[in-house]
Write a protein that binds this ligand. Sequence first.
Ligand code: ZL4
Ligand code: CA
Ligand code: ZN
Length: 390
Amino acid sequence: HNGITRPKGYRVSWHANPAVEPHHFGQSHPMKPWRLTLTKQLVMAYGMHYAMDLYLTRAATFEEMAEFHKEDYLEFLRQVVPADMEAPEQSDRIASYNIGDDCPIFDGLYNYCSLYAGGTIDAARKLVNNQSEIAINWSGGLHHAKKAEASGFCYVNDIVLGILQLLRHHPRVMYIDIDVHHGDGVEQAFWSTDRVLTVSFHKYDKDNFFPGTGALDSTGPAHPLNPGAHHAINVPLNDGIEDADYLQLFKEVVGSCVETYRPGAIVLQCGADSLGCDRLGCFNLNVTGHGSCVEYVKTFGIPLLVVGGGGYTPRNVSRAWAHETSILIDAADKIDPNIPETVAFRNHFGPDYSLFPPLSEMRRIENKNSKAYLASVVAAVKEQLRYMKG
Ligand code: ZL4
Ligand code: CA
Ligand code: ZN
């Protein structure tokens, strides 16, 4: 099938449940689970599914999600219905759990959350049980959710739940986040431990870009005797960063972190809102540039859990995640950049019908990251790693 075969020497597992895809956040909400349908159609049109073990994921149980989340919050998510948004007796709880325009109550909300969380938990367990070396759940990556609060389109933090599974077997887990937003929920969950190193690359503008955290000097608990000190790495960026600069920065930061921290497993959040032309993002990355980060992480040969995240221009989200799937199965060189005639919803990929349209040319945002600024960020991270070593 298109010459795509299983990768040599390692296994890739694909974790998904199509029941996630039809959920609707509401009229004109940027988060569209339907982008997962488009991603799957591309992956199948190229025949990539023949190279992976495919798992239909189950819903996470209440108890599994309660390993991180507060039970009263999960109970609320389980019983709330859209009509409660109008019910005055519910308004205090709705406000306290941060339900609103970003995180609305929609039909099947609990089903949606438990399905994407179940996918990430299953993927982590495949790695832990040595049944897979690379496990993919594109429906996960919802990095803003807190213990008892929804935030930024995220309700249940599947990444935290997946890392908790990995920590049962691995003394140290590294988390890498290339979503354009700061991975605050994951950082906060593991703020006080040295068993998880979190690394987020993001647009940072304290008062004008969500969530406003993730400054360069936000590196963990202030007290040097707290084990989490220095175990949060933040790479704050300005508008318009391009492929070459991003990749160089990514390699220097991630390479130094892996070398120093020596994680037993890596979790990579591949939020596709860092691509050029994203509805919410402000970077200029191409599908190839975004994919090069995934390719670089793969070179370490460390058990890898790959999740999705943001991404608000569905045709480009699906291009990126399909391309990244091909990288993970070691088949990128066998993929025809012309999108197959047979793909469902092919009209979404016009007029170019290419897997790699030049995103950064289409709506170029001025690059506000000087070489000197990027060099200073790398220097600060390396300095931080010296403290981490102790
Ligand atoms: C929308 O059009 O910056 C939500 C959200 C809903 C439909 C109708 C309501 C219109 C853009 C965003 C009013 C919406 C006002 N609808 C939303 C401070 C804010 C308060 C809420 O990729 N308003 C909050 C969250 C970010 C804020 C980004 C990224 C997630 C991830 C991982 C989350 N919140 C200002 C915005 C729309 C909407 C249009 C929106 N919300 C854009 N940015 C935000 O990191 C998955
Ligand atoms: Ca990020
Ligand atoms: Zn995002």
